[in-house]
Write a protein of this length. Structure first.
Length: 580
């Protein structure tokens, strides 16, 4: 998830790029090094620190660095490990999302210039890194989903295997985006509703064995943070949440997609369902007052296929006016008052996402604030317990009923024989019982991972949780990695983002250093099968450190570039946590 852009400040950007300098040498390129020892491991300082006794951190690759002809791109996010690839040799494949988009953000629609608008160099991509677990070096890197495919903002990802009821390993990568983009050619700008365009917000299925990929339209058209398969049902059961960019009123939902088998899922022959609460007193996030111990039951109700897919019979995108009468259509146009998502030009966005949103409103679907990642419990016999991160609103002031300050982690218990039935739904970790900027509270939970020992949570702090460099607040902190131990239910920080490289030799943006908390701890995945007990791969998004920039395109008046292209910093790391 990307909540913030870059540092405050204004500066005319010039065509500058130092990414090549970051990677002038690939470790192991000398022919004298034995082949099994070759590879690349960054020499840049770690962007993560830990005070846990015995914990170790090894940075693996930094944004802008090269492995042969491959360059590790900006905004590393979701991570998956293909453990099965280890059996075929000394290398294992690691998949890393890049949350990049060529829809500018931030953007000044009235008079966009280099100084007031920014953009990424590429559309979303999926990297495959071949890593030697013994040397912890990256032998090869490649993009298996490329810039030319016009996907936007890949957030988290998940590799579903036989353990999840799949006969075909399938990696789900997810567009956390709302914008309209062209299907081919230059992605943006694209007119809302154009036949040659589509609205972002799809799940993309990727087959690691063949390289095939396709959007699974029926998994729902919304801001997908992740699509996570739940084991134990003998067939694909995939949960996904709406990481909406507009969260007041609450308009984020939790969905489940089921199919008879993985072949049917690949061919989009499945059913999307939406979570509803069975208790009329608990219909949205705010109904659970801070500290509530309520645990209502619920269920997943079917979403009509055309509403889920958001497509008309001719393959064009479904707009509000296209909804068939059988589903209550035509629907009204979306509001343009800030209570619904707008495009970079400030227009309320009609299209498949609004169609699904309106359907959910009229069918009693539970309203979260902002669903982030999802993870199932890995303790034996407990896979039907699912954890859901909700980053909340970061509302300032004293906590209280109806307010959302730091966010929550929810606990959802599915019926072990019927994934459509929710036996209880409750708060596992409560952040809303304290105001923002309290160091003992989680600040906007983002990505999740579980082991048999605990739940791990990364943070993407809202701007309300940021601290200027000169701030003397004792609660001052950067984004963190938390561990929630199952043995005693204690929740503690195990690592923190290190922003000390901001403003260093590789930072070329020319702005003042970002506030503490402006960088985020992002994707995290259990890597113990490869690197030993307590090992995780994790990445950091260094939003206020740029390793490359260039003048942007000129699409509209005034004459001149409409934005600055920038490549934000970041890093992929290995952390080992005793007892993890």
């Amino acid at each position: 998830m990307r909540l913030t852009g870059s540092k405050s400040g204004v500066r005319l950007a010039t065509a500058v790029g130092l990414a090549g300098l970051l990677a002038s040498t690939v470790a192991g390129s000398a022919s004298a090094i034995r082949p099994e020892l070759r590879g690349h491991r960054t020499t840049q300082p770690s962007m993560l620190t830990s005070t846990v006794p015995g914990a170790t951190i090894t940075p693996l690759i930094t944004v802008g660095e090269k492995v042969d002809n491959y360059t590790f791109d900006a905004l590393p996010d979701g991570i998956s490990i293909d453990n099965g690839s280890y059996g075929s040799g000394p290398l294992v494949n690691v998949y890393v999302n890049h949350e990049t988009s060529t829809v500018p953000f931030p953007y000044n629609p009235g008079a966009p210039t280099q100084s007031n608008s920014q953009n990424d160099f590429s559309n979303a991509r999926l990297s495959r890194l071949a890593i030697n677990p013994t040397t912890m070096k990256i032998r090869t890197g490649e993009y298996v989903i490329r810039n030319s495919e016009n996907y936007q903002r890949f957030c988290s990802n998940f590799l579903a295997t036989a353990a999840h009821g799949f006969t075909r390993n399938t990696l789900f990568t997810n567009e956390e985006a709302v914008d309209w983009v062209n299907r081919t050619g230059k992605a943006w700008p694209a007119p809302i509703g154009a036949d040659t365009a589509r609205q972002a917000g799809v799940v993309v299925a990727f087959d690691p064995a063949t390289g095939e990929r396709r959007p699974i339209w029926g998994m729902g058209r919304f801001n997908h943070e992740n699509a996570v398969a739940v084991p134990g049902y003998g067939k694909p059961v995939v949960l996904s949440g709406d990481d909406t960019f507009t969260n007041n009123p609450s308009q984020s939902q939790l969905y489940s997609y089921t199919a008879a088998n993985s072949t049917n899922l690949w061919n989009d022959v499945g059913v999307l369902r939406a979570f509803v609460s069975d208790d009329p007193l608990y219909q949205r996030y705010e109904d659970f007052i801070p500290g509530s111990v309520a645990a209502p039951a619920g269920r997943f109700i079917p979403v009509p296929g055309p509403i889920a897919m958001g497509r008309n019979p001719d393959g064009t995108e479904m707009m509000a006016g296209d909804v068939p009468v059988a589903y209550g259509g035509p629907y009204p146009l979306p509001p343009n008052d800030g209570t619904w998502q707008r495009d970079p030009n400030g227009i309320g966005i009609d299209g498949p996402q609004w169609v699904l949103e309106y359907w959910s409103k009229t069918n009693g679907v539970f309203g979260f604030v902002r669903v982030e990642d999802i993870a199932s419990d890995k303790r034996p016999g407990m896979a039907n317990i699912v954890y859901v991160a909700d980053s909340g609103r970061a509302t300032t002031g004293a906590p209280g009923p109806g307010k959302s300050t730091n966010g929550r982690v929810w606990k959802l218990v599915l019926d072990p024989t019927d994934p459509k039935v929710v036996t209880s739904f409750s708060i596992l970790i409560e952040g809303d019982d304290q105001p923002v900027k309290i160091i003992t509270e989680v600040h906007q939970p983002d990505n999740l991972e579980t082991t048999t020992n605990g739940l791990y949570i990364t943070e993407d702090p809202s701007s309300a949780q940021h601290f200027p460099a000169a701030d003397t607040d004792p609660n001052k902190t950067s984004a963190r990695l938390w561990q929630h131990r199952f043995s005693d239910m204690a929740t503690n920080v195990v690592a923190s983002v290190d922003q000390s490289s901001d403003g260093g030799v590789w930072d070329i943006d020319g702005f003042a250093n970002g506030n503490l908390g402006a960088w985020e701890a992002s994707g995290v995945v259990d890597a113990s099968a490869l690197f030993g007990s307590g090992a995780f791969l994790i990445d950091v998004q260094a939003h206020s450190l740029w390793v490359a920039k260039a003048a942007g395109d000129d699409n509209v008046a005034p004459p001149g570039p409409d934005f600055t292209y920038k490549r934000e910093g970041g890093q992929l790391l290995l952390i080992k946590i005793p007892g993890g």
